[in-house]
Design a protein around this ligand. Sequence first.
Ligand code: GLC
Ligand code: MG
Length: 249
Amino acid sequence: MKQFLLITDLDYTLVGDDEAMAQLNQQLDFHRQQYGTKVVYSTGRSPFLYQQLASEKKLLEPDILVCSVGTEIYINGSQDPDSTWADKLSQAWDRNLVKTISATFTELQPQAESEQRDFKVSYFLDEKIAGQVLPELERALLEQGLDIQVIYSGGQDVDILPRHANKGMAMTFVRQHLEIDVTKTVACGDSGNDIALFAHREEKGIIVGNARPELLDWHNANPNPNRYLATAKFANAITEGLQHFGFLE
Ligand code: GLC
Ligand code: MG
């Protein structure tokens, strides 16, 4: 067995089955001590909501925490997001204009203030009308020359981010920071904001058996031998995938 880098989403991926997570955590902790394996969380949550989850569930302390859909990177327990990453994102980002244009879409309900971040503007949108509203929203933002992307997750969450920030771009940053090769890196997820962890990527990917249709549909339309769709759910799916790729026995 050797070192690897695990980058995992939290809600409905690592977190969802407490017993399965406890078992996986034990293996990961051992691997970390024995082989220098790294554990990175990549969540849509703000640091505030991450702390809330960490107070409710027995999570391992991550080596790096990526919050707010790839827009904030916290290294080695730092309280401040990595400034190199923040500087890069701030270059072509006009948060006020994003908000002003989005506010004209009455179908969008703003999320809690804690989830409105420097590089992330977030709303709720009913799944029934999302297929119609999202392209219109994206077009309206792009027409203003905004360099953004719109991500829909969990059949309810809309995140508007700088074009160069998502979970996938953050994974590249993290991997380079840790100096771990693509072949030793594996990412896990269940929903729309995790697609960036799998799209046009050379790293290995694990999709949990309980993944959302938005991710499964994308996966079926974009096959890739580096990506494994697990049968099991939540943390058991991660274990299944890590065994599939030979990272765990
Ligand atoms: C988390 C965040 C929320 C975001 C969602 C999807 O739930 O709290 O702001 O919209 O993830 O990325
Ligand atoms: Mg999730």
